[in-house]
Each structure stands twice: as C-alpha cells, then as structure tokens.
Design a binder for this molecule. Structure first.
Ligand code: GLV
Length: 324
C-alpha cells in the first residue's frame, strides 16, 4: 500500500480523499512545524511515496536528496505559492512538485479587500479607540478615513488573484484599475477598462491603493523598497497578500512613520513568523498573520486539491497542478 506523509494536521477532507484512494496516511502527530532535521527523520522513517507539505516546510536540496533515497515521488504543497521548495533540486532528484491554485482565489481576493477597506476606514484603529473608552460621542472630524470607491487601484501582478482583486475593484467600487505585469492582457483591459503600465514605478506613482500579487522570485525580492515607497502618493495605501520578502519591511516602517504613504495592510512578513518590531509600533498599518486563504471552505478545498495531486502522481498520471 502506498504511503503519504502529511507534515502537519490539515483539514480532514484531504486525509479522507487520500484514504479513500487506498493510501496509508501518516500525519505528523505534533501540531507544529517540523524542523528540517525532524522532517528528514520522518521521511527516512516513514519512507512515504508522497509528502503533503505546507508553505512552512522548507523543502531544500538536502530534504529532496533524502526524499529521493526514501522513494518520495511528489511533494504536494497545500498552498498556491511554492517558494518554499527548491524546484531545481526537485527536478534533479526527479521528484514532482505540485501546488493548489484556483481554489483560494476568491478567498484571498476577499481578504485583500478586507485589508484595503479596513486600513482606509481605519477599522482596527477605531476598534482600539472604542475599546480604550475614548468614544465620547459622534464628532465631525473623528477618525476620518479614505474612500475606495472611484479611486485608482494599482495591481502588481495580474495572475488569478490579482485579476480577481481588479474585478472587485472595478465592478464593486467603480475604481480605475491600472496594473503592471510581465505580460500584458488586452482582454482583461477591455473587460475592466483597466490600463497597463509598463513599469512598477508608474503604478506606484499613480495609484491610491497598491495591491501586490506577485510570486516570490529573485526578481520580486524587495520589489517594494525605500526608493519605490518614496514614489507613492503620500495619501496612498499599500496592501500585500503575496509573500513578505516582496517588501523591505524596515523601509515600509520608515515610510509609514515619515508619512511617505498613508497606510499599509499586510498579511505576510519578511521573516515569518517574526514581524519587524518597528511595524508593531505603528497605528497606520494592519497586520494579519498569513491568513488570507484561511476560511474553512477554502482550506478544505486546498487539502483536497493537494490530495488530488498526490493521487494523480501515484497513479502514474500528471498531477493537475504540477509545477513545471
Ligand atoms: C498562501 O500563502 C499560499 O501560497 O497558498
């Protein structure tokens, strides 16, 4: 019987799917991230045919080499991002890598709007204010925020999630959408009256809200740095639900404290789970702990899709979401 090792407790739907396919499933009994040594030890001990991994598992060349020797054929990440896996090393080891795109698009787009609206309407700040007993009656000038409607929303990275955010911005908030991507999309532009900008800088200079949806690559590391933050409007907001290292967090803290931009709302951090201490001191930032896809429905679908990728791979078929 083929064996699957699951690196941490995941929604039952994924486990059930694997068991129904006839696999023996072994789940890390401790509900925490395994250290690299522990992961290597588990792979050596369990000798799984497949590993269902999470974005918190660093699947580097050493892990892949042990996995190869132990007979692992696929690492199925339960995440759309796969920057935790060394793809080159996986290719060399002949091990497949899969991810879970699509099923989390709506949820991450919703979370992006939750952040965008919350920072513009000062929701977290107002909640802190009310709880601190500072509300003594309606005031015409109290906690004034910013409208999203009819503003310019700049999208960096027009993949599935970026496109969905653009859709909601244009259709739900009558926003003017501008975007930068390595690829131009004329159909998208026609549908949403969106405009392409050939550089990141142009989006940063024009947008009232900038939302980041790029994968983490060497070319997107610190895509948003001090120099680029200075290009943004002082009234603008920066939203990030992609990957933390895309923003230089120290530069972001500086820009927020100096008023180079008005606010930021981020779900991902440069050195997760650590958060730059300077950011914690600021009122004009909202921080959520990498939960943009964390709804019951979506996490169950992600677990099922990761299982489907494994089932395909172990049946000699190409996984539906093979990372190539
Ligand atoms: C979450 O960050 C994911 O990549 O799915």
């Amino acid at each position: 019987m083929a064996k699957v090792f699951v690196t941490r407790k995941i929604p039952e739907a994924g486990i059930t799917k694997l068991k129904n396919a006839g696999y023996e499933v072994e789940v890390n009994p401790e509900d925490r991230v395994l250290s690299k040594d522990e992961l290597v030890k588990q792979i050596k001990q369990v000798k799984p045919d497949a590993v269902l991994a999470l974005l918190t598992d660093k699947i580097d060349a050493e892990v892949l080499s042990v996995a190869k020797d132990s007979g692992v054929r696929i690492f199925a990440n339960m995440a759309v991002g796969f920057d935790n896996v060394d793809l080159e090393a996986a290719k060399k080891a002949g091990i497949m890598v899969a991810n879970t795109p699509g099923v989390l698009t709506d949820t991450v787009a919703e979370h992006t709007f939750a952040l965008m609206l919350a920072i513009a309407h000062r929701i977290s700040e107002a909640d802190r204010f009310a709880r601190a007993g500072k509300y003594h009656g309606w005031e015409p000038m109290m906690l004034l925020g910013t409208d999203l409607s009819y503003k310019t929303v700049g999208i960096l990275g027009l993949g599935r999630i970026g496109s969905r955010v653009a859709h909601h911005a244009a259709k739900g908030f009558n926003a003017h959408v501008i975007y930068y991507d390595v690829k131009r999309n004329l159909d998208f532009e026609a549908e949403f009256l969106a405009e392409f900008r050939p550089t990141v800088e142009e989006v940063l200079r024009e947008a009232d809200f900038v939302s980041i949806h790029v994968p983490l690559l060497p070319t997107t590391h610190h895509l948003i740095n001090a120099e680029r933050l200075r290009m943004m409007k002082p009234t603008a907001y920066l939203i990030n639900t992609s990957r933390g290292p895309v923003i230089d967090e120290k530069a972001l803290a500086l820009s927020l404290s100096k008023g180079w931009i008005r606010g930021a709302a981020i779900d991902v951090f440069e050195n997760e789970p650590k958060i730059e201490p300077e950011l914690l001191k600021l009122d004009n930032i909202i921080l959520t702990p990498h939960i943009a896809s964390a709804t019951e429905e979506t996490r169950a679908k992600m677990a099922e899709l990761a299982a489907e990728n494994i089932i395909a791979a172990l049946s000699g078929k190409e996984p539906p979401n093979l990372v190539k």
